[in-house]
Ligand binder design. Structure first.
Ligand code: AP5
Length: 211
């Protein structure tokens, strides 16, 4: 089972990914988390990605396709994987399709978490994330501790107002067209109302996958 989690920045992909993964018994791959880990490690990948991410721009397709190819080839992905924010341009969708086809697999569904821009700005303005395990929180101050791993909560640089505006514009221009690509490709695309209690959103997503 290969599922693509899709949606605007702040739609709740990172919140839903571990919940859905636990329910489905598959691991997650989040390119945003991979890139932030590379930045923390000071690797060449991290150095290349940082400026793009701080501005809210997309990291080049070849970098993302390298991450996808490596991760899907790993044994832990053999039983399936949830791809959180991994596909954000049409070339990335085409590249993922090539990788899964070579592996004799397919993308089973694209889950689109639907939310309006006002709610996104409200959510991201109040978000902190664990700098170690990347768990997002609402209403928790920077410097407090992560419930999951004890790491320190920080504000993301790309959650500043200018970067949020840019991320939303980038989504409309470069990422939204991916949905038409998947529809034309014949892949199941399901739009899920992402507003409401977290567990309700999870239930809606699982309901769609079961149907
Ligand atoms: P990434 O880290 O993936 O950021 P994003 O897509 O902008 O998504 P976010 O993490 O901001 O939001 P989310 O949808 O996960 O929401 P969350 O669950 O945190 O990517 C960062 C950057 O990396 C990109 O800008 C780009 O530069 C680069 N990158 C990554 N992948 C790439 C790719 N494929 N190609 C090119 N570049 C790439 O929730 C947000 C807040 O809302 C939290 O505070 C949460 O607690 C709260 N919340 C969640 N659900 C609910 C709910 N139901 N009700 C109320 N509050 C809620």
């Amino acid at each position: 089972m290969i599922i693509v989690l899709f949606g605007k920045p702040g739609a709740g992909k990172g919140t839903q990914a571990p919940l859905l993964a636990a329910a489905l018994g598959v691991p997650t791959l989040a390119t945003g988390d991979e890139l932030r880990a590379a930045i923390r490690a000071g690797s060449a990948l991290g150095l290349e990605a940082k400026a793009y991410m701080d501005r809210g721009d997309l990291v080049p397709d070849d970098v993302i396709l390298g991450i996808i190819k490596q991760a899907l080839g790993e044994p832990r992905a053999a039983g399936g994987v949830l791809l959180d924010g991994v596909v954000r341009t049409v070339p990335q969708a085409e590249g993922l399709e090539k990788v899964v086809t070579e592996l004799g697999r397919q993308v089973d569904a694209v889950l689109v978490f639907d939310i309006d821009d006002d709610e996104i700005v409200r959510r991201l303005a109040g978000r902190t994330v664990c700098e170690s395990c990347q768990t997002p929180y609402t209403g928790r101050e920077p410097g407090s501790k992560c419930d999951k791993c004890g790491g320190t909560l920080i504000r993301r640089k790309d959650d500043e107002p200018d970067a949020i505006r840019n991320r939303l514009a980038v989504y409309e221009k470069q990422t939204a067209p991916v949905l038409d690509w998947y529809r034309k490709n014949g892949t199941k695309v399901a739009v899920i109302d992402a507003v409401g209690p977290v567990q309700d959103v999870t239930a809606r997503a699982l309901g769609v996958l079961a149907s």
